[in-house]
Design a protein around this ligand. Structure first.
Ligand SMILES: O=C(O)CCC(=O)C(=O)O
Ligand SMILES: [Fe+2]
Length: 326
C-alpha cells in the first residue's frame, strides 16, 4: 500500500533538521502523521495489548470498581464518554486511563491485572513521554524558536514529567459489531484531543480511525500498518492536539477525528484495541503564542482576550465529555 498518499511515515531514529521539516509540514497540514524508528519493540507493544485485553475481558462489576474519576483516571465503561457533544448517546467503547506514574508507582488504585505489571506500565508511559519530547524538539527547531528563549527545548521544557500535568496513557477497547448492531455506528465521536500531541498505537489490520481533513473537509480513513520487521513496533500515529494549536496560533492543526469501523472490520466480527498516550504540558503552563518568527509574523497571532493555562483547558474539555459539574 502506498501509505504516503494518506499520511507520510517519518523515520525518527536519527532525526535531522529535514526530519523536523517533514514533521512540521504534516503537523501544519493534516495534523496527523505516522512515525517509525521509535524505541518501542514489537514485544513491548504486544505485552501492553495483552494486558489491555485481559483487563477488558473481565465482568463489568470488576472493572467498575475502578470507575473513572474527575481526575480523569480509571475505567470508562461502554457509552460513558461523549466525545462529540452533538451526540446524545455515549461512545460504544471502553477505556482505562492511567495518570502519571511517580517513581514507577501509579497515583491511582490499579486493578490486579495492571498492578502486577505496574513497573512495565510506568516504563511504557515514560517511553511515550520521551518520544513526545523528541517530536516536540523537532517541531521547535522547525518553528525556529529563538534559542535565547528556549530554542529546541521550548516545548519539551514545558512538559517536564516531574510536574503535575494531564498526561494520560489510555487503553481502548471497541467491542466487535454484533448481529443487529448498526454497522455505521460511530465508535468514538468526532473530537480533537485536549493535550499537546497524542501517540496512537494500533494493531495491524484493526482499522477504524478517521480524520476530517482541514483542507478538503472530508473524512480520511487511516490504515493500521504492519511493522517493517518482526522486532519493530508498527508505525505509530502521531497527531497534534489543541494545546499545540493554541501555542502556534493554529499553524499546527489539531484535526477533528473519530472512530468508525470500516466494512472489513464490521464483517470480521473482531474487536478493536488501541492505545493512546495523551501528552500534556504542566498544568500551570500558559498557552500563549510561542516566540517563533513564523508564528509572530502571522495576522491574529496576538493573544485573544483570554490566555488559558493547560490545566484550565483540560478541565473544561473533560467536564463537557463526562458531564462533570464545573
Ligand atoms: O482508538 C483510536 O483509534 C482513536 C482514539 C481517540 O481518538 C481518542 O481516544 O482520543
Ligand atoms: Fe482522539
Amino acid at each position: 500500500m502506498d501509505t504516503d498518499t494518506v499520511l507520510p511515515v517519518i523515520d525518527i531514529s536519527n532525526p535531522t533538521a529535514e526530519t523536523g521539516q517533514k514533521l512540521y509540514e504534516a503537523a501544519s497540514t493534516l495534523g496527523f502523521v505516522f512515525i517509525e524508528g521509535s524505541e518501542f519493540t514489537s514485544d513491548e507493544i504486544n505485552d501492553m495489548f495483552a494486558l489491555s485485553k485481559e483487563f477488558f475481558s473481565q465482568p463489568f462489576d470488576e472493572k467498575q470498581k475502578y470507575a473513572i474519576s474527575e481526575a480523569n483516571r480509571g475505567y470508562s465503561c461502554l457509552n460513558r464518554e461523549v466525545l462529540d457533544a452533538t451526540e446524545k448517546r455515549g461512545d460504544p467503547k471502553e477505556a482505562f486511563n492511567f495518570g502519571q506514574f511517580k517513581d514507577d508507582k501509579a497515583i491511582q488504585p490499579l486493578p490486579p491485572t495492571f498492578s502486577r505489571f505496574e513497573q512495565d506500565l510506568a516504563e511504557f508511559s515514560k517511553k511515550c513521554h520521551a518520544t513526545c519530547h523528541k517530536l516536540l524538539d523537532l517541531l521547535a527547531v522547525a518553528l525556529k524558536i529563538d534559542p535565547a528563549q528556549g530554542g529546541a527545548e521550548w516545548f519539551s521544557s514545558r512538559h517536564d514529567l516531574k510536574q503535575v500535568s494531564g498526561s494520560i496513557l489510555r487503553f481502548l477497547y471497541y467491542p466487535a459489531v454484533r448481529n443487529g448492531d448498526n454497522e455505521n455506528e460511530i465508535r468514538a465521536g468526532a473530537h480533537t484531543d485536549y493535550g499537546s500531541m497524542t501517540l496512537l498505537f494500533q494493531r495491524a489490520g484493526e482499522e477504524g480511525l478517521e480524520v476530517l481533513s482541514p483542507i478538503t473537509n472530508e473524512w480520511i480513513a487511516i490504515p493500521a500498518l504492519q511493522a517493517k520487521d518482526s522486532k519493530s513496533c508498527p508505525p505509530i500515529v502521531v497527531n497534534i492536539a489543541d494545546q499545540l494549536s493554541f501555542w502556534s496560533a493554529n499553524v499546527l492543526k489539531s484535526a477533528v477525528h473519530r472512530v468508525k469501523f470500516p466494512l472489513h472490520q464490521v464483517r470480521s466480527g473482531l474487536d478493536r484495541y488501541s492505545m493512546a498516550y495523551f501528552c500534556h504540558p504542566a498544568d500551570d503552563t500558559l498557552l500563549e503564542p510561542v516566540p517563533s518568527p513564523i508564528i509572530q509574523s502571522l495576522e491574529g497571532a496576538k493573544n485573544g482576550d483570554e490566555v488559558l493555562t493547560a490545566g484550565e483547558h483540560l478541565t473544561r474539555r473533560l467536564a463537557a465529555a463526562y458531564s462533570w459539574k464545573q
